[in-house]
Design a protein around this ligand. Structure first.
Ligand SMILES: [Zn+2]
Length: 466
């Protein structure tokens, strides 16, 4: 498999350092609010990478953190007059619902606040190695001293002359320096440290958690393109200054998501949460949308594009259900080799810098062929097609275990009416609506994360494939 490495700026053959295990770390959300549609992109892209590497037979260790100490969290807590812990726990709960809907699975979800000691250990060593200094309880990293600084983002340090700009924080030696540790301010969460009470800077979190969990260089570090500078540049610099080792062998970054061609921002009023989109269209079309572009190209989100994805998800579902309910015919002339060719094409697209966009194109070619052959398909054809189809859906994370995502309009309306009836405590009407849905083959389950709808005679469950 070849992957574009942001560090070397070219496609490289990917092989994990240890033959059977792939170590991946993705920078997770800062937990102060619902995640927005831009956050869904790295989630869906890198979860698909995890699935694909698992499918290829690797043992994937995938770590994604929660940043649970940050200015945004502190501001939110102060505005609502509640503690930071309440803000972060609430946001983590909501994140987990969205992650479940979007089918993300990870090995560990460490919290920054549970790894403060590991961060302090690294900061102490960086100071000892001469790459950091203290100013009134705050520790700054001496960026310019590290000759590799700027390699990841491609920033040319010479163009940023020392002292050319007045440092934004006056106590810094150089404007490029950044805080590893911030001295405590009144009303903010803080921890004891060798430099007095304070809290960690954002970048040190990930470096420390990677070192703590993996114990050294990982195979793939990933996240959104907006993280390359300063976050990832600084993570990498800290690790070199700490132990002289690279933090990661491969750096993968997904492209931006704009909304109606503009950058998303609360001030622009175009801040779209995953939850709001999922409530209207379901989670599956979001996942499909995020994979329908090559991960390094930008995506422009708008109402048309999510509607198209919802329709495409419905077509995939229809074909899958047709295949599962098909009566086997007698046609022995159908060419199973064609299906194998399409499967190889699908996998080859993923081998080439993880091109999910083209792989989904192949999935639609595959469906076209299956749809046209099903009228009189042989037993073997149906079995092979079902096997391949389930493998594609597993890799892409498009598993139809409930109708939440792509139920037709009528079903969605009935589910909503039942929810409304329950809310109004009209249980008689709610029961009638449940019956009506049952007659349509839809079974409802009331769970803690809301109502789940399952197709009674739905397709098989997709297991993990190798
Ligand atoms: Zn990070």
């Amino acid at each position: 498999m070849v992957i574009y490495n942001t560090l070397t700026k070219r496609k490289e053959q990917f092989k994990p350092e240890q033959s059977a295990v792939v170590k991946i770390y993705e920078c997770g959300p800062t937990v102060y609010d619902f995640i927005h549609i831009g956050n869904a992109r790295p989630l869906c892209v890198f979860d698909t990478l995890r699935r694909y590497l698992t499918y290829k037979g690797y043992d994937v260790v995938f770590v994604k953190n929660f940043t649970d100490v940050d200015d945004k969290i502190i501001n939110r807590a102060q505005n609502e007059n509640i503690s930071c812990a309440v803000v972060t726990q609430r946001s983590i709960n909501e994140y987990c619902k969205d992650a479940q809907g979007l089918k993300e699975e990870v090995t560990h979800r460490p919290k920054a606040t549970e790894n403060i000691a590991a961060m302090q250990k690294i900061i102490e060593k960086i100071i000892e190695n001469g790459f950091a200094y203290e100013r009134s309880g705050t520790i700054y990293f001496r960026s310019r001293k590290l000759k590799e600084y700027g390699n990841l983002s491609g920033m040319v340090l010479e163009s940023l002359q020392a002292g050319a700009r007045v440092p934004t924080e006056e106590q810094k030696e150089d404007d490029l320096d950044f805080a590893l540790w911030k001295a405590a301010k009144p009303g903010e969460p803080s921890w004891n440290s060798p430099w007095g009470a304070g809290r960690p800077g954002w970048h040190i979190e990930c470096t420390a958690m990677i070192d703590e969990i993996f114990g050294g260089t990982i195979d793939i570090h990933c996240g959104g393109q907006d993280l390359i500078f300063p976050h990832h540049e600084n993570e990498l610099a800290q690790y070199l200054a700490y132990c002289g080792k690279p933090l990661a062998r491969f750096w993968m970054h997904n492209g931006f998501v704009t909304v109606d061609s503009e950058k998303m921002a609360k001030s622009r009023n175009n801040f779209i949460t995953v939850r709001a989109v999922a409530e209207e269209f379901g989670y599956l079309p979001i996942r499909l949308l995020m994979l329908q572009a090559h991960y390094r190209t930008p995506i422009n989100y708008n109402l048309d594009i999510i509607k198209q994805s919802a329709a495409a998800a419905q077509r995939i579902r229809n074909c899958w259900e047709l295949l599962n309910g098909v009566k086997v015919g007698t046609n022995l002339t159908q060419n199973i080799e064609d299906l194998k060719t399409l499967k190889n094409k699908f996998l080859n697209e993923l081998e080439d810098d993880f091109n999910t966009a083209s792989a989904i194109g192949v999935l639609f070619d595959f469906m076209k062929q299956v749809n046209s052959n099903l009228a009189n398909a042989s037993q073997e054809y149906v079995e092979v097609a079902t096997q391949f189809f389930s493998e594609f859906l597993y890799i892409l994370g498009l598993e139809f275990d409930d109708v939440d995502f792509c139920a037709d309009e009528e079903v969605r309306q009935l589910i909503k009416q039942r929810e409304d009836a329950r809310f109004m405590k009209d249980f008689k009407k709610a029961d009638e609506l449940r019956e009506e849905l049952k007659n349509l083959g839809i079974l409802l389950e009331d769970t803690i994360s809301g109502v789940k709808a399952k197709k009674v005679n739905g397709g098989k469950n997709f297991g993990q494939k190798n």
